[in-house]
Write a protein that binds this ligand. Sequence first.
Ligand code: PLP
Length: 395
Amino acid sequence: MIETKKIYLDCAATTPVDPEVFEAMEPYFNKIYGNPSSIHSFGREARSALDKARQEAASFFNCESEEIIFTSGGTEADNLAIMGCVFGSKAEKPHVITSKIEHHAVLSTVEHLERKGVIEASFLGVDEFGEVSVKDLEKAIKPNTVLISVMYANNEIGTIQPIKEIGRLVREINKQRGEKQRLYFHTDAVQGVGYLEADIKALGVDLLSMSGHKIYGPKGIGLLFIKSGTEIVPILHGGGQELKKRPGTENVAGIVGLAAAINKIKSQKSKARMTEDLRDYLIGEILAKIPDTILTGHPKKRLPNIASFCFKGVEGESILINLDLAGIAASSGSACTSGALEPSHVLSACGIEPRLAHGNIRFSLGKFTTKEDIDRVIEVLPPIIEKLRRISSIH
Ligand code: PLP
């Protein structure tokens, strides 16, 4: 039997660890294993690796080392940003604004705080391309608004949000507020950091979350940029690690890996352009070859690596299974939970009707994706959709 090459097009879910990142991490498992809080030489060696990683991350984001807090990943960074600001605020009932298309790490945190009666919350809608309107955002701001959390780029459809414009608006509001409660701006940049501008000062954000495993770093590590002066309290309680903002013995190997992955981003800019070309090739061919198909997200303001489609009259999960049988890994925004197909909250917010949203497939490319990989998708996908449409019960 001839082995067909397996094709991985699910880089927005996770990426493989880059071999150089893996190499950088290796000594920190069993050679340089001290606790960075210990004062002996073993501890000091680990501490210096930690300090170096923090400096490297800070240099990438154009901020100070003390503004970088390592966390267990994007989810914890989002939770720390939101809960930390809410519990650090002096407002009697803080108001938080977010969008309807955030990752659940943001959405569920805000919903939880709202359900518990801790905050008031506003969930901004988006247009058909998944873009937040800065005008709508401005209208939603109230005197007790303490935090705006809008993601940099969406993980399902790839749409990039007007972060700089929101940053400018927040600065204006803070000028008017003077000494009163500051309004903070958080962005979940988990999907954006590998491809988009990351200069914190240019973006004008107060808080920014990122994750290692989306940028060819390890899983279980991430960071939160917290602009100095931001009133934020820890959400975990314990020791004084991470500048008293995130207790727990540091994941030194993970942090070293995260910094190594961050360091590689700049040198990968030309690869990002290749990824973008391959994505456009995929989009063009799929739309031309498969009728009754829509591309989700913004036609231009989108991440270079994400192409997500809705195919009329089929179920995303059936497409996924068929692609998997052909050796191609992708993902779907609609998940089958307890027998009922739940259309993705992102696609619903874009106004895509449930019947169409059910037929969603996301291809997320990476730096190892080749033209041959995309050619294979273009070869196998049209007959899969045709076959499924023939036998489908969705019309
Ligand atoms: N935010 C976004 C936009 C994501 O895509 C993800 C992961 O899929 C997360 C947050 C969560 O990051 P982590 O898996 O590191 O907890």
